[in-house]
Design a protein around this ligand. Structure first.
Ligand code: ZN
Length: 228
């Protein structure tokens, strides 16, 4: 099993990455998140910049993969910097927490509702799970709601060392301390954010896993192009 962190954009305010991850397995390729809508990434005043050739489909192509080569898309959540290009993968199965799917489709989170056309497409096949779920051997979906209800992280048991893709549950290294961590404007439930942080940190300790943050500009520079 091989993991490729893919930079698929930049948060203008922080310089942090917008990330997706390709996991290559013997039972098919798994993509975690699809980045910010490619068609909006060139807007000069937008919150996210997506450079030419930086969108997820281009990143996959640079590795030799077409969208049809992706069997599974794991949805950490439906914020626009994570679910902006789902329509590019009509052949994949999309894995989402049921609690997140229900909140998103209810239309009660304005920032998710505003970008609905990018994730609520009739041709997309959503598979809804509740709580932790083994997607494939060595790939576990970890419920980590708080940032939004039903946010999920991904534990990837690579041969050399497990990696915990925390995504927005622990977006930077500054958010590793459950008690003292900052709670950000887009975090919807402070108590749940702290509980999810504690749970993920404990899991990473017990698994000796590397925690990969969703939007950390410093850590991003230290990540190799391939982890195995
Ligand atoms: Zn994010």
């Amino acid at each position: 099993m091989i993991l490729h962190p893919l930079r698929v954009g930049t948060v203008r305010a922080t310089g942090g990455p917008v990330a997706a991850y390709l996991i290559r397995t013997g039972s098919g390729n798994v993509l975690v998140d699809t980045g910010y809508p490619a068609e909006l990434g060139g807007q000069a005043d937008g919150p996210i910049r997506v450079a030419e050739g930086e969108d997820v489909v281009s990143r996959l192509a640079a590795l030799g993969f077409a969208p049809a080569d992706v069997a599974h898309v794991v949805c950490s959540h439906f914020d626009p910097d994570h679910a902006g290009n789902h329509g590019a993968f009509p052949d994949a199965e999309f894995w989402v927490q049921d609690g997140h799917y229900r909140v998103a489709t209810s239309g009660t989170v304005p920032r998710i509702e505003r970008f609905r056309k990018y994730w609520d497409l009739p041709e997309l096949r959503y598979r809804r799970v509740t709580g932790d779920h083994t997607l494939l051997p060595g790939i576990e979906l970890i419920e980590s709601g708080g940032h939004v209800p039903g946010h999920q992280s991904v534990l990837v048991r690579l041969p050399t060392r497990p990696v915990l893709l925390a995504v927005d549950a622990i977006p930077t290294a500054a958010a590793l301390d459950p008690e003292r961590r900052p709670v950000y404007p887009f975090d919807l439930d402070e108590a749940a954010v702290r509980a999810a942080t504690a749970r993920l940190v404990k899991l990473a300790e017990s698994e000796n896993a590397l925690i990969v943050h969703g939007h950390d500009p410093v850590q991003w520079e230290t990540l190799p192009a391939t982890l195995s």
